[in-house]
Structures are given as C-alpha cells and as structure tokens.
Design a protein around this ligand. Structure first.
Ligand SMILES: Cc1cc2nc3c(=O)[nH]c(=O)nc-3n(C[C@H](O)[C@H](O)[C@H](O)COP(=O)(O)OP(=O)(O)OC[C@H]3O[C@@H](n4cnc5c(N)ncnc54)[C@H](O)[C@@H]3O)c2cc1C
Length: 398
C-alpha cells in the first residue's frame, strides 16, 4: 500500500525523542539528535501530539491534475449494531456508476465490531473490495475514533472519491475527516457525475434555499468528498453471485481519539425514521400546538404511515426534531404526503416536493403549498383531518 509519509521539520526538531516513544510501529528513531522516519510509518498520526515543538506533520493529500496517485471510489458503509443504514447501499449504487465511468475499483469501508457479515452484503451491492476494520472501540459510533480510523485508511490508499450518507453520523464523520485531511467536502449532494475531460467529481447540490443548483468540484485535494441525502438515489438490487475482495485491516486509534468513554447505549425512546415511510401525515404551525398533532397521528395510524412536521412546529417544541421534513430536516419521498397547516416555504418543499402524491390542507387558498399539491383542501385542518380519518377508517374496514 502506498501512503503519505510523516514530515519532520529539522529546523524545529529538538531531538527530545518523544515521538520515538509515541510511534506504535517503531518507525521513528533519533539520528544525530534529530528524529528520522522510515518506511514502517503508516501515517497513523499517533506521534503528532507527542511533539512539544510541533515539528511533525502529515501532508494534505494533494493531487495535481494528472497525478495517478489518488485512485478509486470509496463509500463509507454506515452501520449501527450490525445493521446498515440504507443510504449506504444507495451510495454504493452511485459509487458503482462513478467507478465504472472512471474505470477504477469501488471500495466499501466497513468499520465497527462484529461486522464481518456486512462485507459480502456490500460486495453484492456493487463493491469490488471491502476494507473491513474491526475494533472494540468502533462498536458504537464516535466521531473521534471513526474519524481517526477513516483518516488512516485514506492516508494509506489515497482514494480519489469518498462518499458518505448525509445522516447525522455521516455529516459528523465527513466534516471531521475532511478537516483532518485538509480536503474539500460538499454536503447534501443531490447529483454526482464525472467530468469526462478532467475526471473531476461534479458535486451538485441545492443552494440559496433550493433556488439554484450549484455544481462544486475539488480540483486540488484528495479525496473529493461528498455527502448525499437519504432517499435521493435508488438502492442497487443485490446480486449474491458477485465476487469481491475482503481485506481485514487494522488501525491504531491514538489516545486523543479515545477521550470519551461510552457508559451505556440507550436507543431513542421513539425510533422515528420518516425517510423510510411510504405515507407521511405532516403538521405545521397551522395545527396550533402539540395537541394539534393528535388527530394527525390518528390519521397516520389508520393509513399505516408516519408523522412529519415543519420546522415551525419543531421549533415550537410541539414535536421532536427527527420528525422534521425539509432542508434542515429529513428529505422524504413517500407515496403520499399529507401537509396539514403547512404554508409550503421553499425550505420545507426542499424535503418533500418529490413525494408521489401531495395532499395539502390549508385554510389559506393562496398558501404556496397548493402550487405543488396534487390535491388541495381549503379549510381548517383540525376539522378536516378527523373527518378524513373517520372516512378512511370506514373504507379500509370494508
Ligand atoms: C436556513 C433555513 C432552513 C430551514 N429549514 C426548514 C426545514 O427543514 N423544514 C421546514 O419546514 N422549514 C424550514 N425552515 C423554515 C421555513 O422557512 C418556514 O418558516 C417553515 O417551513 C414554516 O412552517 P409552517 O408552514 O408550519 O408555518 P407557517 O409558515 O406559519 O404556515 C402555517 C400555515 O398554516 C395555515 N393554517 C393556520 N391555521 C390553520 C388551520 N387551522 N388549518 C389549516 N391551515 C392553517 C396558514 O394559512 C399557513 O399557511 C427553514 C428556514 C431557514 C431560514
């Protein structure tokens, strides 16, 4: 494996030997009172903090045009307790397309503990190889250990593209890794493609509240990093006959990445994942208060759906954040989206406009939500929703 090597500033080095002690691979030694690094260096960064005079550094992974050093498309496979977040499969589908265009391999990065069973699942969804990193400290997601592990993998192999899902964890990890590598990161992309001339990743995302689409590139640094929102792309159909390479790798988690101790893991009381729901009944400021969500819950229950909300309702404390739909909430694409007392601000529409059928209930006939609704009901949602629930319950009971 090629890797970027540690850099030692001879002007600054005072020959104290602290880095020699800190190196887990025995790659550092003192020569004529100066630190010297050899080929055993894995660029893990464990020595950086030990130097009292900041004489050690790891270079940013640079790739000037035409430099063949950065190769391959990588996807971080996000898992929790051994179950993969479906956005990662969506990313593998996109990664496969990009890797084929670039004629490079697609690599899935599986990090965790007792997660080996995910490697064949990643291969069946398009990965050519899987970097499998198992470590007890990676059993639960933590930004610092996960970022340290990802950074080491990237520094060893210098992929040209690294994709992550724009989940809470993916956003957290992507920011930390991009900062450590001093590379570019485009968040919340809705489209990814390859420039056929430069081979650069074209990362397209909504900007200015969704009013324009911006295409962003990372011409000078590697990897080109992007997060992509859940449910923007379809999942690839798994092919259990696909063959691939599974590479178990070890990483060194430096002490500064283990500053926090996990005492216990308590799953959220209400496990909401509106992004997966096929039917969503959503409430906004127009429902009037937390109690205004009760009839929406009943309608959602009758339809077998989930409850969503606008940011106004979440900010008012009527319903928790995981229910929020929109630019700073979840992107959803259900078969049916019922918007109750929601005006339809551009930031809300950014998260639900591609729903298959949109029903809007609003007492203001000029509310912007009607411009994207397939069916509109002008009136008081607190009266209309219970009436709809009764009618639908009666019809579904037949
Ligand atoms: C950077 C940024 C990010 C944002 N991100 C998001 C986001 O992710 N999601 C989001 O939703 N918003 C987001 N917003 C906020 C967004 O701009 C709007 O303020 C918000 O969507 C408004 O929520 P609302 O439609 O519930 O409230 P309002 O705009 O106040 O609309 C309430 C609607 O209810 C109707 N109404 C009132 N009473 C009734 C009734 N009894 N029956 C029927 N209709 C009734 C009114 O006619 C009105 O149309 C963001 C804003 C910014 C600046």
């Amino acid at each position: 494996m090629s890797h970027e090597s540690l850099q030692i500033d001879a002007e600054r080095c005072i020959g104290c030997g602290a880095c020699v002690e800190a190196c887990p691979f025995g790659a550092l030694r003192l020569e004529s009172d100066l630190a010297v690094v050899d080929e055993r260096c894995t660029a893990c960064g464990a020595c950086l903090e030990s130097c009292p005079v900041e004489a050690l550094s790891l270079p940013a992974v640079r790739a000037a045009e035409g430099t063949p050093q950065a190769r391959g498309v990588w996807v971080w496979v996000e898992q929790s307790a051994g179950t993969v977040h479906s956005v990662s499969w969506e990313m593998l589908g996109q990664g496969r397309r990009l890797a084929d265009e670039l004629c490079v391999p697609l690599t899935a990065c599986v990090l965790g503990h007792d997660v080996a069973h995910l490697a064949p699942a990643a291969i069946s969804r398009g990965a050519d190889r899987v970097l499998l990193v198992e470590h007890p400290e990676l059993a639960h997601f933590g930004t610092l250990p996960y970022a340290a592990a990802m950074e080491q993998l990237v520094r060893r192999e210098t992929p040209e593209i690294l994709l992550l899902g724009a989940t809470s964890r993916g956003r957290d990890l992507a920011g930390a890794v991009a900062t450590a590598l001093r590379t570019g990161l485009t968040a919340d992309c809705t489209e990814l493609s390859i420039d056929p001339v430069t081979r650069l990743l074209l990362q397209t995302r909504p900007a200015y509240g969704g009013n324009i689409m911006a295409t962003i590139t990372t011409p000078q640094h590697r990897p080109q990093m992007a997060t992509v929102r859940h449910r923007v792309f379809a999942q690839p159909v798994p092919d259990p006959t696909r063959q691939g390479l599974i590479l178990p790798l070890s990483v060194v988690l430096p002490p500064e990445s283990l500053l926090t101790t996990l005492l216990s893991y308590v799953p959220a009381e209400e496990d909401v994942n509106i992004a997966e729901a096929r039917i969503i009944v959503s409430g906004g400021a127009g429902v009037g208060g937390a109690e205004g969500f009760a009839p929406l819950r009943e309608l959602a229950q009758v339809l077998g759906g989930a409850v969503g909300a606008s940011r106004a309702a979440v900010d008012a404390g009527w319903i928790p954040y995981p229910h929020q739909v929109g630019q700073t909430g979840r992107t959803v694409q259900p078969e049916l989206y019922v918007a109750c007392g929601i005006s339809g601000a551009v930031q809300h529409r950014a998260g639900m406009a591609t729903s298959r059928v949109i029903v809007a209930i609003n007492r203001d006939e000029h509310a912007p939500i009607f411009s994207i609704a397939h069916y509109g009901i002008v009136g008081d949602c607190l009266q209309i929703v219970p009436a709809l629930t009764r009618a639908l319950a009666a019809r579904l009971a037949r």
